[in-house]
Ligand binder design. Structure first.
Ligand SMILES: [Zn+2]
Ligand SMILES: [Zn+2]
Length: 301
């Protein structure tokens, strides 16, 4: 498939939290980080925030007062490890002119509002979200629908197998694509054809590889997957690069480095996501297209 650039800016992602279920900490948890799920996605200068785990506080500190006045926050789902950082996101504390729009796709069309209002209220939390300076707008959709934003940007979505459901996202920009597939338990048989179609030809697949295949039998039904299943999905869908995400808080740096080395024997371009790591995908240019065509040429027999 020939994909041409429509922008000179890259599709860029940055991991602000890579852990799942809960945080990790200590001297053995430095390289891959400690915070729970949050990923910054930049389609050129257009910002999307995916999930509001504890990592969103560091993203907020980085954005500071320069954060866009309108921020779109896409939830995979509302489990605590994906929402616990929301009130600590600096842009919601700095300005009453700022609007934060949340999107939630696993509640049968219902938005995150009611659930977040239950969580962020005394006695569980000292204040309510509507007491914070920024204005929140909450939108619900059904995973599988395509989201169209106020500026015309679109993001496609996919329903994931997870307790209570979760939403996967696919971002496209400049002929490049990134898929966020976190909080999923793989099916049997695997890979699931619908998911293969959704992530097909992505440049980067961010995938829930919380466990290894050896560990998985003890964690069946918990709603998570393995790096091996991520590699199978990536191969079937001709994905360029695989980033393993939603890291188990008990896996220290040594464990994850060893897992990464094993993974790279199967898929050399794969890696385990590190907190604050950036992946930048330059737009597809005429030269890239020519290189792809050259690489795809099959020698005559
Ligand atoms: Zn999670
Ligand atoms: Zn979850």
């Amino acid at each position: 498939m020939v994909r041409r650039a429509v922008s000179s800016e890259p599709l860029q992602i940055r991991f602000w939290g890579t852990r799942g279920s809960t945080c990790a900490s200590g001297p053995n948890f430095v390289e891959f980080g400690s915070h729970t799920a949050c990923v910054e996605v930049r389609c050129g200068d257009r910002l999307f925030v995916v999930d509001a785990g504890s990592g969103i506080a560091a993203l907020g500190a980085e954005l500071g007062a320069n954060a866009p006045m309108e921020i779109d926050l896409l939830f995979s789902h509302l489990h605590l490890d994906h929402v616990c950082g929301l009130p600590f996101f600096k842009p919601v504390l700095l300005s009453s002119d700022r609007v934060v729009r949340t999107y939630c796709g696993n509640l049968d069309g219902e938005s995150a509002q009611a659930a977040l209002e239950r969580l962020y209220a005394p006695p569980l939390f000292p204040i309510r979200l509507d007491q914070l300076p920024a204005q929140f707008e909450h939108y619900g959709f059904k995973a599988g629908e395509t989201l169209t934003f106020t500026d015309g940007a679109t993001v496609t979505t996919h329903r994931l197998n997870h307790p209570g459901g979760a939403t996967g996202y696919r971002f496209e920009h400049g002929g490049r694509s990134v898929c966020y597939i976190s909080d999923i338990e793989h099916s049997d048989p695997w890979p699931d054809p619908g998911l293969v179609a959704f992530v097909r030809n992505a440049d980067l697949l961010i995938y829930d590889g919380m466990f290894s295949e050896v560990e998985y039998p003890r964690c069946r039904g918990w709603g998570h997957s393995t790096w091996e299943k991520g590699a199978e999905l990536a191969r079937a869908a001709h994905v360029e690069t695989l980033a393993i995400f939603h890291l188990y808080p008990g896996h220290d740096d040594a464990f994850l480095k060893a897992a990464e080395a094993e993974m790279q024997k199967v898929m050399p371009s794969s890696f385990v996501a590190r907190e604050r790591q950036t992946v930048s995908l330059a737009p597809v240019t005429a030269e890239t297209v020519a290189e792809q065509a050259k690489a795809a040429k099959v020698p005559a027999v």
